[in-house]
Write a protein that binds this ligand. Structure first.
Ligand code: MN
Length: 409
């Protein structure tokens, strides 16, 4: 930086001896000398003009002339031709003592690049040489094995719902049988897309609406029931065996997990023994009819736990059922039902290893009592696809209303 005093000295020296001599005396190029003088003359301020070897020009305007903030003004004062130069950057600095400084950098304008259509074609052609389209990595499961789970929580087979009274849909043993068979047919159509080796049918409790011929739950709560106990039972035998047989035609193994519910614990246990006995000589169909309230199913790195209702100690309970498999698993899902509404909860990954609690939906319509009590639910099935190594890879929606309006089997 050249001080005001020095600028004044230069100015006076030029007045006395001329620009050429001043340039030699002060060791400044003649071009810069001319610009110094112009700047000094027009602003009575001080500044520094520096021409670099590459042709760039830097102009520094100190605080005494800081009204010069406009680059066009600076170009005029520094005698920079706007046709030949353009601004590159402008910096405005405030120093600790409050003084200011503006720095203007100018660069020579470049001729616009003109490309002929022929040149453009040649350039484009050269880009195509050696070009390869992006390659997408194809994921293959460790042994191309998939598991498809079919939720069958809270079917409440035997329940009577009268649409005029409930404001929802009609429901009786004919409809529940029909619905279930439509659902399984839909699952079979999805097996074409996801060719699973194993299908797990999750009968998650309250499969029957009542526990006894008195049409009551296990605790004795009276139920609005369709038809007679034994008829409801026969329908269930028919559509459950029909479903297992159909699934077994489209996969290698069918596993049926029966879980007692608060409506049907005793009845479902007996029913599961009937189904178990039915398939006792079929190696491809396995029935979990153990009279347990909590069960597991382990598939590769996936640990599935089942219980009908939410419990306060559900996470330690889940881990305690098969501790070794639990510890080694990556996908850990605790499956519950009972409230007929889909709800997903992921417990903190920090403390519980990423356990997911999935409350399954139900396919039944709300009845007059539940609607009057304000319970709302959307009728849905839940079909999931698991890969042995990757865990859950797909979830498929199912709504019984589609089959009621559309295809009937
Ligand atoms: Mn329940």
């Amino acid at each position: 930086m050249i001080s005001t005093q020095k600028m004044q000295d230069i100015f006076e020296y030029v007045q006395a001896h001329g620009e050429t001599e001043a340039s030699t005396y002060f060791n400044v190029s003649q071009k810069s000398m001319a610009r110094y003088l112009q700047l000094y003359r027009k602003t009575y301020g001080v500044g520094k003009i520096e021409e670099k070897e590459n042709g760039d020009i830097k102009v520094v305007i100190p605080s005494v002339a800081n009204s010069l903030m406009n680059y066009e003004e600076v170009m005029k004062l520094a005698d920079i031709d706007p046709d030949k130069y353009t601004t590159h950057r402008i910096d405005y600095n405030v120093k600790a003592d409050g003084s200011t400084q503006s720095k203007f950098a100018f660069v020579p304008r470049k001729d616009p690049v003109e490309t002929s259509p022929e040149e453009y074609v040649e350039r484009f052609k050269s880009m195509l040489v050696g070009y390869e389209p992006p390659k997408v990595p194809v994921y293959k499961s460790v042994d191309s094995d998939l598991l498809v789970t079919v939720s069958a929580f809270d079917i409440h087979h035997g329940k009577q719902v009268w649409a005029r009274e409930s404001g929802t849909d009609d429901y009786d043993i004919h409809i529940s049988k029909d619905n279930f068979m439509s659902y399984i047919s839909y699952v079979v159509s999805m097996l074409e897309k996801y060719p699973a080796k194993t299908v797990l049918l999750e009968v998650g409790g309250d499969f029957f609406n009542s526990n006894s011929p008195a049409n009551e739950t296990i605790k004795g709560t009276a139920q609005s029931e369709d038809s007679r106990y034994i008829k409801t039972e026969e329908y269930a035998e028919q559509f459950v065996t029909w479903s297992i047989d159909l699934l077994a035609q489209h996969c290698e193994n069918v596993h049926v997990l029966f879980l007692p519910g608060n409506h049907d614990a005793d009845r479902l246990m007996v029913f599961s023994h009937f189904i178990d006995a039915w398939y006792r000589n079929n190696d491809r169909v396995t029935i979990d009819s153990r009279p347990l309230w909590h069960k597991t199913y382990v598939f590769g790195d996936t640990y599935l736990m089942y219980t009908h209702q939410m419990l306060p100690n559900i996470v330690p309970l889940m881990a305690s059922l098969e501790p070794k498999a639990f510890a080694e698993s990556h996908t850990r899902i605790c499956n519950i039902g009972h409230l007929h509404t889909r709800k997903d909860t992921i417990i903190s990954r920090d403390t519980n290893g990423g356990i997911e609690i999935v409350q399954h939906p139900s396919m039944i319509p709300g009845d007059a009592w539940s609607v009057s009590a304000g319970y709302q639910s959307v009728r849905k099935g839940l079909i999931r696809v698991f890969d042995k190594a990757m865990g859950k890879i797909a979830e498929i929606n199912y709504e019984p209303r589609w089959f009621q309006k559309g295809d009937k089997i």
